[in-house]
Write a protein that binds this ligand. Structure first.
Ligand code: SDX
Length: 383
């Protein structure tokens, strides 16, 4: 029997035109600027849902009823606490360490305290996903308290994930408005198709490695400024500009140098990222309430100039552009912005890993060899 010849592989740099997986979680129409989670428009979810309900939707492919939501929420709250050994590890960390390095390390260390770390099967992975999602806010807050020389704040299982994070971070209960602002950001960042960090997680789990290893892969991938690190870069840019009357010259100079304006452009969206649309309105309200309207107005001015200069190339604000102002306005330190992204995206990463294992196939693309052939081995004394 002769094997049917496999089609010759094609080189798709950046995999922009390659479908590498099927998913039932996020639908993105990049041309129209549409994002749906399990068929529900992101704007409806941001206005009406909560992060916990959105995670249930992503993981179960449907909205929960009251009883189901209460049980799922409780399963997360039962896992807020960190093992004492993790807190000991935080205490040994250099205070000047980058928070994303600390988070990547701490999520990895969590696996050492999980008896099910290598357990296989969907139910075991769902339990691990709940533990990682529930504990990540505490990991971030604990490191931030440590680096500022402040005592740890124990989680409060009476609070939502967003409110509990802010409580552990600041040692004070957040206002409902501030907790809501973070909850909306967590909803908007929860999943987004096969973005770089989600693809990385799928590659890892597809080897039948464990869910913790896949999350560590994803966190490392998200850190890059072309991906999740962009929100920090947006805030750095806003600080560099400093005043609204300097926006035009700053943006034009960067564009002239072919430098990227962080928070703009997207591999998939060639219209405005719908998450940015919602965040734009939301960040104005949060910025107004917290005395940061100048940041919002600078952002709007950048957007106006970018619309004039590059909208024709399909370059619009993405989720990171207005999330920067929102996070700053609710008092999140700039170098924790990408940790906020990770705190939410663990939901999408874990959901995609569980999807990948259903009908799994090792992900192993080809590489086109472009080096020499037929080279002699030259003894070292003759080199
Ligand atoms: C996220 O994939 C996802 O879903 C990611 C994400 C998610 O939820 O997981 O949505 C989250 O990562 C959002 C993106 C955050 N990154 C940034 O904001 C960084 C700045 N943006 C870019 O670097 C860029 O837009 C990318 C990396 C996001 C996408 O780049 P592509 O698809 O590889 O496009 P490209 O680099 O080939 O650029 C095409 C053209 C180039 O101009 P030409 O050489 O053709 O003349 O557009 C230009 C680029 O110079 N361009 C920009 C620009 N982004 C692209 N010019 C100025 N500023 C920008 N931001």
């Amino acid at each position: 029997m002769t094997l049917a010849a496999a089609p010759a592989p094609t080189f798709d740099k950046g995999l922009a035109n390659t479908i590498a997986a099927e998913t039932q979680m996020s639908f993105i129409d990049g041309g129209k600027g549409v994002l749906e989670y399990v068929g529900i428009d992101i704007d409806s979810l941001a206005r009406n849902s909560t992060f916990e309900e959105t995670v249930y939707l992503l993981w179960n492919r449907r909205l929960p009823n009251r009883t189901e939501l209460a049980a799922f929420t409780q399963s997360l709250r039962d896992e807020y606490e960190l093992p004492e050994g993790i807190l000991d590890l935080v205490r040994t960390m250099p205070r000047e360490a980058t928070p994303m390095h600390a988070l990547r390390t701490l999520v990895s260390a969590l696996s050492l305290y999980d008896a099910e770390a290598d357990a296989e099967g969907e139910e075991a992975n769902e339990r691990k996903a709940i533990r990682m999602l529930a504990k990540t806010p505490a990991l971030i807050a604990a490191f931030d308290r440590h680096r500022k020389g402040k005592p740890f704040v124990a989680p409060d299982a009476k609070l939502s994930m967003a409110a509990n994070f802010l409580w552990m971070l600041n040692g004070a209960k957040p206002t409902d408005a501030v907790a809501k602002a973070l909850d909306v950001c967590l909803i908007l960042h929860a999943d987004h198709g096969l973005n770089a960090s989600t693809f990385a997680a799928r590659v890892t789990i597809a080897t039948l490695s464990d869910l913790y290893s896949a999350m560590v892969t994803a966190i490392g991938t998200l850190k890059g400024p072309l991906h999740g690190g962009a929100n920090e870069e947006v805030m750095i840019m806003l600080r560099e500009i400093g005043a609204i009357d300097r926006v035009e010259s700053y943006v034009m100079d960067r564009l002239a140098r072919k430098d990227r304006i962080m928070g703009f452009g997207h591999r998939v969206y060639k219209a405005i990222d719908p998450r940015a649309t919602y965040l734009k309105t939301f960040s104005k309200q949060v910025a107004t309430d917290t005395g940061n309207l100048g940041l919002y107005e600078m952002s709007r001015r950048i957007e106006e100039i970018m619309a004039r200069e590059v909208a024709a190339k399909g370059i619009y604000p993405n989720v990171d552009f207005y999330s920067a102002t929102t996070y700053h306005s609710i008092g999140i330190d700039l170098d924790l912005f990408t940790c906020m992204f990770a705190m939410s995206r663990i939901a999408g990463w874990a959901g995609h890993c569980i999807e990948q294992l259903d009908g799994n196939r090792l992900i192993r693309p080809a590489a086109a060899y472009v080096g020499p052939h037929g080279q002699p081995y030259v003894a070292i004394e003759d080199r």
